[in-house]
Design a protein around this ligand. Structure first.
Ligand code: ADP
Ligand code: MG
Ligand code: ZN
Length: 631
């Protein structure tokens, strides 16, 4: 787990040109507005302060002053009068009527024309900055404010549109020094062998080009989730020591049409600029699905994106030193065009790990953990058939968490065993208290599963029976194959069906009553029976035929997996056949349980008492019962 985090850290985001929007935007704007306000008021006060505040007088007062020969000079500018008195430095101001001239008004106010002649009257054209400011400001100010407002709006909008443009910028993350190496990947021998060649190409392209070889363009890693596709791609980059661009298929898909194609262009351009490099497209199936299969909208965008990828890959020169790697867990849905030579022509399948691989994976994830002496990773590997690498990494992590929660210094074997069940079934729910009646029903139900599994021949062994509820299950019977299984036979499936129905059957036999607890079992059994008949050709009635065909359709965002290619009549036949298979399985389980009723009672009794029976205990218990009944 720690390992994984380290990897993450190596991925630096390529800095985009787009500026990060600042949080203090509003504050900035307010500051600017405030400064402008200060500036304007400063200008105003400047003009005000130029003259020492003259005293304001009325026209009649002025008339009196003129008559008393106190006035030396009147400056007329517009309707404003500036009056200088004979008395040293005294200033006054007044306003005249608009319609009449100054002399006219003064005479009207009863000024002696003789006296008026003594006064120096100057007419000044109303001009100058202060005048204009005073006249225009009342009109201009609203415009100014509106303009300022608009300007801010525009700036905001512009920032928005800048963001819109950077949509098509790639989201690929680049890492230059991936610390992951091949030795961090357990198992997957063939895959590593293939990829070593790719590493060679990247390290020493000239050698291959001189031989006339074409550099492989695309490598497709195929495998179920958690098998280490992403990990392996990183390891290739780590080994080759070249820049590694990592982008997930879903990141090409956005709300806006055309964004995906733009991003593809951008991503490839970046990878080419940094050649030699690896461009890794994770979860390729998000965009690389078969074109034209789908109803409703949303499809065109994906098609465009996919087309762009094809175009870019075709556009590589012979010596373009960029290798496109991609990962998918659904190679079956990929567009055939992607798999054509010259594109993803190298296809590498990653298998589920077998027991040795599992042990190796566990060892890798145990490297940075403190394990107790008693830890046996081989045994954990034995107990985890069908687990993926990611599951195993998760087990080691959960084990560490369990140990830490109990303040232990080291991780013990039982922490890891507990972790297996936690990963498989969810955490124990000890607080889920059953009534005595419920406990009895659950005990018989699980005993039913376990006993049928024990009695019927098969490769799966009972590892644990428990009536402690876990996750959503009321109780559980852990049944694991004794070896790694690739192929399953029809008779094994039939045993599986009987085991699945064992719980249901036990309830029916013992209590002659059924509970809702069996519904999940029934659902799984029905699904399995249907698959046997329609997909595996395991029914006597229909023989070797696949009924209904898988086709990927997307309708209103939902995938429709299967479509029918048979008639209603056949559908009814299939249902009948399923019913027959299930009834047979039920009868077999019933047979087993009725013949071994004493064993069933004993197992249920022990379960009620102990709640959990482990594998060895279980086998010992049954041997004892068998011995007793013989004697
Ligand atoms: P996917 O195939 O879904 O891309 P990942 O590569 O992301 O799976 O694997 C998830 C995690 O599982 C990895 O980070 C790693 O810790 C672990 N893992 C998977 N396979 C292996 C493996 N073969 N060896 C070591 N660790 C593995
Ligand atoms: Mg992955
Ligand atoms: Zn059950």
């Amino acid at each position: 787990m720690k390992n994984k985090n380290n990897n993450k850290k190596n991925f630096i985001k390529i800095p985009l040109k787009r500026k990060q929007p600042k949080k203090s935007n509003l504050a900035n704007n307010l500051l600017v507005a405030f400064l402008i306000f200060l500036f304007v008021s400063a200008i105003f006060s400047l003009f005000e302060a130029r003259s020492e505040k003259p005293e304001e007088v009325t026209l009649s007062q002025l008339a009196v002053e003129v008559n008393e020969s106190k006035v030396s000079e009147i400056i007329v500018s517009g309707d404003n009068l500036k009056i200088s008195l004979k008395e040293e430095g005294k200033l006054q101001k007044a306003r005249k009527e608009k319609e009449a001239s100054l002399t006219e008004s003064l005479v009207n106010y009863g000024v002696d024309p003789e006296k008026l002649r003594e006064v120096n009257i100057k007419i000044k054209e109303p001009s100058g900055f202060s005048f204009w400011l005073q006249v225009t400001l009342p009109f201009l100010l609203p415009f100014l404010i509106i303009g300022l407002f608009l300007w801010f709006m525009m700036r905001q909008a512009q920032r928005g549109s800048m963001q819109a443009f950077s949509f098509t910028k790639t989201k690929a993350k680049m890492s230059t020094d991936s610390k992951t190496k091949f030795k961090d990947v357990a198992g997957l021998k063939e895959a590593k062998e293939e990829l070593k060649e790719i590493v060679e190409f990247l390290k020493n392209p000239k050698k291959f080009l001189d031989m006339g070889a074409r550099i492989p363009r695309g490598v497709l890693l195929m495998g179920s989730p958690g098998t280490g596709k992403t990990l392996l791609a990183r390891a290739v980059a780590g080994e080759a020591g070249v820049p590694f661009f990592h982008i997930s298929g879903s990141e090409f898909v956005e709300m806006f049409v055309g964004v995906g194609a733009g991003r593809v262009r951008d991503t490839f351009a970046m990878a080419k600029k940094n050649a030699p490099s690896i461009l890794f497209i994770d979860e390729l199936d998000a965009i690389g699905r078969q074109r034209g299969a789908g109803l409703g909208g949303g499809n065109d965008e994906r098609e465009q994106t996919l087309n762009q990828i094809l175009v870019e890959m075709d556009g590589f020169e012979r010596d373009t030193n960029v290798i496109v790697m991609a990962a998918t867990n659904r190679p079956d849905v990929l567009d055939p065009a992607l798999l054509r030579p010259g594109r993803f022509d190298r296809r590498i399948a990653l298998d589920e790990p077998d027991i040795n691989d599992r042990e190796e994976i566990l060892k890798i994830h145990a490297r940075d953990k403190h394990l107790a002496e008693d830890v046996n990773l081989r045994m954990i590997a034995e107990r985890t058939p069908g687990f993926s690498g990611a599951d195993l990494a998760n087990i080691m992590n959960e084990g560490a968490i369990l140990a830490a929660r109990q303040n232990k210094k080291v991780i013990e074997q039982k922490d890891l065993l507990e972790a297996i069940e936690k990963v498989m079934l969810g955490p124990e729910r000890k607080s889920h208290i059953l009534s005595d009646k419920e406990k009895k029903v659950t005990a018989y139900h699980e005993a039913g599963h376990a006993l049928v599994a024990y009695e019927l021949p098969g490769r799966d062994l009972v590892h644990k029976v428990s009536i402690v509820s876990r996750g959503r299950a009321g109780g559980y019977t852990l049944r694991l194959p004794s070896e790694d299984i690739k192929l399953k036979t029809k008779s094994e499936f039939l045993v599986d069906l009987s085991v699945m129905l064992g719980g249901y059957t036990a309830e029916k036999i013992v209590f002659n009553e059924l509970t809702t607890g069996a519904s999940n079992d029934l659902q799984k059994a029905t699904e399995l029976a249907r698959r046997m008949i329609t997909q595996y050709g395991m029914s006597d009635k229909f023989g070797p035929i696949v009924l209904g065909h898988k086709e990927e359709m997307i309708f209103l965002g939902r995938e429709i997996h299967e479509s029918r290619n048979y008639s209603e009549a056949i559908a009814a036949e299939i249902d009948k056949e399923i019913q027959k298979v299930l009834t047979d399985a039920y009868n077999k389980a019933k047979d087993v349980l009725e013949k071994n009723r004493h064993k069933l009672d004993k197992i249920a009794e022990v379960l009620i008492e102990k709640e959990t029976i482990e594998k060895d205990e279980f086998e010992k218990l049954l041997k004892e019962i068998e011995k007793e009944s013989k004697s």
